[in-house]
Write a protein that binds this ligand. Structure first.
Ligand SMILES: Nc1nc2c(c(=O)[nH]1)N[C@H]1C(S)=C(S)[C@@H](COP(=O)(O)O)O[C@H]1N2
Ligand SMILES: [Mo]
Length: 538
């Protein structure tokens, strides 16, 4: 084996030496400069393509769109009108193309700089990264993740540039390149790398444009949705449901900060025009509804607090919103479930499923809805646009299917939801829980308001008690609430004396069940134990 390899190497080296004068690249300076520009452009293209690809996770961080929107914002009206009138529908793609060409020109110049002096080529990626970071920060929906694409992209661009320029130096005799054979290898390496990286970048860029185009279209479709007014509006929030204390969780959660649990790597984007809900399985009549069908139904609004089974004692995986939707029991009544069915397996476009007791969904006293609105807006994409289920009293994993597209009437014997084979209980009623939101750190001695939230969805909270340092339980004051399906704020005045203290809370539901002190982890059916915080009082 070794002999064969060495012979091959030998003959190939000889082959090159034989007709070396014809094949020796020996680039003249103009050519080397040209190749260095090309290296810069290719590295820039790779960085841009990767950034656009990563931006599929955080659309606000898509560099071309961010810079393009900024250009539109600062361009004089005359230029914008020229774009609209002369270029018409093509104005946006042309703008993005111009931005891309300018960026690649800067990247090309960086290649030339890196060729003359190692490290100098970082100027381009850094400059472009700064511009993109500034323009991304202007995007309304830019979270921390929105800066990831530009960081990953610019780092990759510079790494590729360095590699290409190093190879180019090995090819160039004036850069102290070694023997001719190695120069020929370097030349081949440079050309192959340039070609492969360009190909991959075009592929990645194409994929991300197609996907981003679909996302943008669906987001636009969402922005065009006009929710009808509720035929049955929600109960008004009573005065005094939100105590407005510093550090206390608001009674109604913001859509933007509402907790999120998804098994999907990417938020599914569904165009409502392509969406439908089908009721299948053990039913007398299969039915299918389009989004317009749902909009035409008499809708009602309900405040319901969602909770995740994975919430630890004292955790934040719960949120309260006003949901606009249609009662699932009325949908099921149209499909007429057959006897023997005891479960509805709801399925999402992303493959997630939840198994919900049929009895809960058909209960005339429980407002389980097919929801399309959240706090007065169409569902945010992250929370299931265009439609999801909301079922008071059950953990989300057995009830709250987002991007829901099918309800299969079936049985627990026959089917199971996504999480059940992974070690979670098939049934998931929410356990009574309470949490201390404030204080959460050191306080000054004296009167200190202790406050938090407690929930026992669908049963309701009757009592919350607090105790200090294992002392007697003291009854907290409960805030008002819309009803039993939401959490309730509570507060208690503490005469805090200097030193280290421990605060504990427990709640009792309207059935008289008090939270158990027995500590259990979230799996398989929800955590238990009393939330405890250690506070130093100065
Ligand atoms: N399609 C889909 N729906 C889903 C989930 C999911 O991963 N995929 N998670 C469920 C779980 S575990 C919970 S707690 C709630 C969370 O809803 P939210 O993300 O709107 O707060 O959604 C439920 N619906
Ligand atoms: Mo969950």
């Amino acid at each position: 084996m070794g002999g064969v390899t060495s012979t091959q190497q030998h003959s190939s080296a000889t082959g090159r030496a034989d007709d070396g004068s014809a094949q020796d690249p020996d680039p003249a300076p103009e050519h080397a400069y040209g190749w260095s520009w090309l290296a810069g452009v290719v590295a820039g293209l790779a960085g841009l393509a990767l950034a656009e690809l990563v931006a599929l996770l955080a659309p606000a961080g898509a560099p071309l769109t961010a810079v393009g929107s900024w250009v539109i914002a600062v361009a004089p009206a005359a230029v914008i009108n020229f774009g609209k009138e002369v270029l018409g529908f093509a104005d946006k793609p042309i703008l993005l193309a111009v931005v891309a060409v300018v960026a690649l020109a800067i990247a090309g110049a960086s290649g030339r700089l890196e060729y003359s002096r190692r490290g100098l080529g970082a100027i381009g990626p850094v400059l472009l990264a700064v511009i993109v970071i500034i323009t991304v920060s202007r995007q309304a929906d830019a979270g921390p993740l929105a800066y990831l694409p530009v960081l990953v992209g610019s780092v990759l661009a510079y790494l590729i540039l360095r590699t290409l320029i190093t190879t180019l130096h090995r090819w160039d005799p004036r850069k102290g390149a070694p023997a001719q054979g190695n120069r020929a290898d370097a030349r081949r390496g440079f050309l192959i790398m340039t070609g492969v990286i360009t190909g991959l970048s075009i592929l990645a860029g194409g994929v991300s444009r197609v996907r981003a185009g679909a996302t943008a279209a669906a987001r636009q479709a969402r922005s065009r949705v006009r929710l009808p007014a509720a035929t049955t509006p929600a109960e008004p929030i009573p005065e005094g449901a939100d105590l407005g204390l510093d550090g206390l969780t608001p009674y109604v959660s913001d859509n933007a900060t509402f907790y999120r649990i998804d098994t999907a790597l990417q938020v599914p984007v569904v165009d409502p025009a392509d969406w439908s809900l089908t009721i299948v399985g053990m039913v007398e009549r299969e039915i299918t509804l389009s989004f317009d069908d749902v909009l035409a139904l008499p809708l009602s609004e309900h405040y319901v607090t969602l909770t995740c089974v994975s919430n630890e004692v004292g955790g934040n995986l719960a949120g309260n919103a006003r949901w606009l939707g249609f009662p699932i029991r009325d949908l099921l009544a149209r499909a007429r479930p057959q006897s023997g069915a005891d479960m509805v397996l709801s399925r999402s476009v992303d493959g997630f499923t939840a198994g919900t007791p049929l009895e809960v969904l058909t209960d005339p006293d429980r407002d389980a809805v097919l929801a399309i609105g959240m706090n007065g807006e169409p569902l945010p994409p992250e929370h299931g646009f265009p439609a999801r289920l909301v079922v008071p009293g059950l953990y989300g994993y057995v009830s709250a299917t987002k991007w829901v597209t099918e309800l299969k009437v079936t049985s627990f014997a026959e089917d199971q939801g996504y999480w059940t084979p992974l070690g979670w209980s098939a049934h998931g009623p929410i356990k009574v829980a309470s949490r201390i939101d404030t204080p959460s750190r050191a306080v000054d001695a004296g009167r200190v308001p202790v406050a938090g939230v407690a929930w026992a969805q669908h049963t309701g909270i009757d009592r919350v008690e607090v105790r200090v340092d294992q002392g007697p339980w003291r009854e907290a004051t409960l805030a008002e609430t819309v009803g039993p399906d939401t959490w309730r704020q509570w507060t208690w005045e503490w005469d805090a004396e200097p030193g280290q203290h421990q605060l504990m809370v427990r709640a009792t539901d309207a059935d008289g069940t008090t939270q158990t002190s027995v500590e259990a982890p979230p799996a398989p059916d929800g955590a238990t134990g009393w939330h405890t915080v250690d506070i130093s009082v100065n």
